[in-house]
Design a binder for this molecule. Structure first.
Ligand code: SF4
Length: 210
């Protein structure tokens, strides 16, 4: 095992212990392929599955794997713009919600920013099962760093990916803007889950997403 793989594994063990105190379970997978297989194995046959916009879950092959799995996928890519609001609300009733994180602190806090709020709403009070899949590139040491990462590392490439008209798409730097298409309308910090069965974090020992 390489030094970086060993480092990721040990760091993930530390985070998973911290998550347990917050009634959030966790698992480490060394690479995206094994993470995709693992997440698929957790989802029972026939379950309704949907997800928040995430490069990580696409990059690791999870979405492709789910298309071959015996589950029902609610894919927002197939939804017309005028039906999107209803779809986001329907997503609350899925059996499983998949997403990534913009940052995860060493003490187990999970930070996300959102433009519409549908993803952080689903995480807060949506489906009975939420799986957060995140590469170890998302790990930071403090909440302050997590918020900074969300604004300066995660949001600008996501804004570019979505073709938004925001200052960060022009120079790659967060200006804490008030643009109409601002992708950072809401800042969400997951501190604890009252339901210990609800949220599961899969940490992946490679770079995934932004
Ligand atoms: S410039 Fe605006 S949209 Fe871009 S990262 Fe900063 S607050 Fe978010």
């Amino acid at each position: 095992m390489s030094a970086i793989s060993s480092f990721y594994e040990k760091q993930a063990e530390t985070i998973i212990k911290a998550l347990q105190k917050r009634q959030i379970s966790g698992r480490y997978c060394p690479d995206g392929k094994s993470a995709a297989e693992y997440v698929c194995s957790r989802i029972p046959e026939g379950a309704a599955v949907t997800w928040g916009g995430s490069e990580s879950i696409r990059q690791c092959g999870l979405l492709d794997a789910l298309k071959q799995a015996p589950v029902t996928l609610w894919d927002r890519a197939e939804v017309k713009p005028e039906e999107m609001k209803a779809f986001y609300r329907k997503a609350f009733s899925a059996d499983y919600y998949l997403m990534s994180a913009n940052a995860i602190t060493l003490d187990g806090r999970i930070v996300n920013i959102d433009g519409n709020g549908n993803r952080v709403a689903a995480l807060s009070y949506g489906p009975d099962h939420v799986v957060i899949l995140a590469g170890m590139n998302k790990v930071v040491s403090s909440l302050e760093e997590a918020v900074d990462r969300a604004h300066n590392i995660a949001a600008p490439p996501n804004s570019i990916r979505l073709g938004l008209e925001t200052p960060c798409t022009k120079d790659g730097v967060c200006h804490h803007c008030f643009s109409k298409q601002k992708i950072c309308s809401m800042l969400h910090v997951l501190e604890f889950s009252r339901d210990p069965e609800r949220i599961h974090v899969v940490l992946v020992g490679e770079t995934l997403g932004f």
